[in-house]
Design a protein around this ligand. Structure first.
Ligand SMILES: Nc1ncnc2c1ncn2[C@@H]1O[C@H](COP(=O)(O)OP(=O)(O)O)[C@@H](O)[C@H]1O
Ligand SMILES: [Mg+2]
Length: 251
């Protein structure tokens, strides 16, 4: 799977006050892969992910996207990175007062696209990608938790990003719905060539979707490898994490 590096992080450090969250993270994301970020709660996974699209800037170190350094750029120069790399937030929050179509079209309006037909077409395509065709006029309150996640994903892909960042897309979903989200993630990679970075605690999902896994601990990438390498690992820390999670998810 390893090929061209899409996103490169080198020596990324980040503190909030006296809380040093990232201690010099080195990580490569390869074009077209699905990389899963694992690690304990509060370990800095979300903070690291936000650096991948310039939502947070490192105190030290560099983030390079398709060969361009994006760390340290002012907000006005980050629009390019935000279009390339789209983040689906943990909450997946939708605007409750807007229809599904309004929610999905939001980033297009933000980007200054005004052509109504183009907006309608792109919303329709995004809904097809997440397997919710024709649901434009529903309100978020009419949707199940799984459908709301799909709409949030449609909003994340409507600008045709190269890479989607998923922060705990399985949180709060039943196993069947979680499985359907995994299928969508795989479809993004296989049908559209999208690079995916996924934070999850669902060990079942990890083995379904990951091409590679990066395990965070102590503000660093503590371990990296393939799902098979993770299964074969004798590192007591990894074994404990996997077994603990597997019990949680009834594996
Ligand atoms: N905007 C922020 N301001 C202050 N502290 C933050 C902020 N974002 C995250 N943190 C802190 O950074 C640490 C790592 O958080 P996070 O990346 O959300 O962990 P994870 O996603 O691995 O559970 C936590 O201690 C959290 O309180
Ligand atoms: Mg998090």
């Amino acid at each position: 799977m390893k090929g061209e590096v899409f996103l490169e992080m080198r020596g990324v450090e980040k503190s909030f006050g006296s809380n040093k969250v990232l201690n010099g993270v080195d990580l490569d994301v390869y074009r077209g892969e699905t990389l899963v970020l694992l690690g304990g709660s509060g370990g800095g996974k979300t903070v690291l992910m936000k650096h991948m699209t310039g939502l947070l800037q490192p105190d030290q170190g560099t983030v390079t996207l398709e060969g361009k350094v994006i760390s340290g750029l002012p907000e006005r120069d980050l629009a390019w990175a935000r279009r390339k790399v789209s983040m689906m937030f943990q909450s997946g929050a939708l605007f409750d007062s807007m229809t599904v179509a309004g929610n999905i079209a939001f980033p297009l309006h933000e980007a200054g696209i005004k052509d109504r037909e183009e907006i309608e077409r792109r919303v329709r395509e995004a809904l097809e990608i997440v397997k919710l065709p024709g649901e434009e006029e529903k309100m978020p309150s009419d949707l199940s938790g799984g459908m709301r996640k799909r709409v949030a994903l449609a909003r994340a892909v409507v600008e045709k990003p190269c890479c989607v960042l998923f922060d705990e897309p399985h949180a709060g979903l039943d196993p069947v719905t979680a499985n359907s989200i995994d299928h969508l993630i795989k479809d993004l990679a296989e049908d559209l060539g999208i690079t995916n970075v996924v934070i999850t605690h669902e060990i079942r999902s990890v083995f379904r979707i990951a091409d590679r896994i990066a395990f965070m601990k102590g503000g660093l990438v503590y371990w990296e490898g393939t799902p098979d390498e993770l299964k074969a690992s004798k590192d007591p820390f990894l074994v404990n994490f996997i077994e603990g999670r597997a019990e949680d998810s009834d594996l």
